[in-house]
Design a binder for this molecule. Structure first.
Ligand SMILES: NC(=O)c1ccc[n+]([C@@H]2O[C@H](COP(=O)([O-])OP(=O)(O)OC[C@H]3O[C@@H](n4cnc5c(N)ncnc54)[C@H](O)[C@@H]3O)[C@@H](O)[C@H]2O)c1
Length: 280
């Protein structure tokens, strides 16, 4: 175990699965005191047990980041426990929406996703911000996506939220210049997690069969393991890296959206249709 996160408290949301679970385990392994939160109690407890088997301790809390009152109560409970230690807040919780194109996406489903993927990030940051400001120290890590670098068909809600996370984080970064409070925006490409499996069909157009097919396609094309993604994120925190793109697929999308800021939509359309075979 390296101990480079000694004397740090890592608060990570969405810690019951995928990248968040690995962040909690690896941060604990690197010496941090980990407070792991998730909406799903049973798999969250599994994260804790996985850590315990390796001799790692963490505190777990059931938390819905879409619930404003719950988020502020959570911060009120946690802040006194921090006792002046450096806080690394990792806003990782997120959901996918399998609803087809914008025409077939219900506004309620769109708002449901925004409330978790964008507002969850903003309200967690706001709730813990007084601690960061008072200490003039810490690190805020926000999970955007490659879908926060480019807009993709059938992902209108997800892209809107992830572009929002990017904008929010970059605006904070400018405000925080000259302080000891750092921000990292993370833009992962495909990571082999439950995100697509958990994104059940919504609205009236898509079927369970289409979802199963899209999940199988995603499992095939997602290039990076959650273990690797979490390792890269913690390394970015250690090195105070401000922007992290994960995976070869992520780097290709990053480059294409910068080289061809308009034409990338046409270039990627064919590849997306082929990869997901959902063109509605
Ligand atoms: N997997 C990918 O390919 C990929 C790519 C780019 C970005 N991301 C982002 O990475 C982050 C982690 O996703 P993942 O791939 O590990 O997915 P995942 O589905 O494996 O894990 C997401 C976790 O968030 C939790 N969660 C969902 N809604 C919540 C809520 N309201 N409150 C608290 N917790 C909630 C889930 O219970 C789950 O444990 C997300 O923000 C996602 O958008 C993932």
């Amino acid at each position: 175990m390296s101990a480079d996160f000694n004397n740090c408290v890592v608060v990570v949301t969405g810690a019951a699965s995928g990248i968040g679970r690995q962040l909690a385990l690896q941060a604990a392994d690197r010496g941090a005191f980990v407070i792991a939160a998730d909406i799903n109690a049973v798999p969250l407890e599994e994260t804790k047990q996985l850590g315990a088997r390796k001799g790692l301790q963490m505190e777990v809390h059931v938390l819905d980041v879409a619930d404003k009152k719950a988020v502020y109560e959570f911060a009120e409970l946690i802040i006194p426990q921090l006792k002046g230690r450096k806080l690394i807040l990792i806003n990782n919780a997120g959901v996918g929406l399998f609803s087809g194109n914008f025409h077939h996406t219900n506004q309620d489903d769109f708002e449901w996703l925004m409330n978790i993927n964008l507002w969850g990030v903003i309200r967690m940051t706001k709730a813990f911000y007084p601690y960061f400001m008072e200490r003039n120290e810490g690190h805020i890590v926000n999970l955007s996506s490659v879908f926060g670098l480019g807009g993709f068909a059938n992902q209108t809600a997800y892209c809107t939220a992830k572009f929002g996370v990017r904008g929010f984080t970059e605006a904070l970064r400018m405000e925080l210049m000259g302080t000891n409070i750092y921000t990292t925006t993370v833009h992962p490409g495909g990571i082999k997690t439950n995100i697509m499996r958990a994104a059940k069909p919504k609205g009236t157009f898509l079927t369970e069969e289409m979802h199963a097919k899209a999940t199988a396609d995603f499992d095939k094309i997602a290039m990076t393991t959650p273990e690797r993604a979490a390792h890269l994120i913690l390394e970015a925190v250690r090195r105070k890296k401000l922007r992290l793109v994960i995976g070869k697929d992520g780097r290709v999308i990053d480059m294409m959206t910068r080289l061809f800021p308009v034409a990338y939509t046409r270039i990627f359309k064919k590849r997306m249709d082929k990869a997901f075979k959902v063109s509605v």
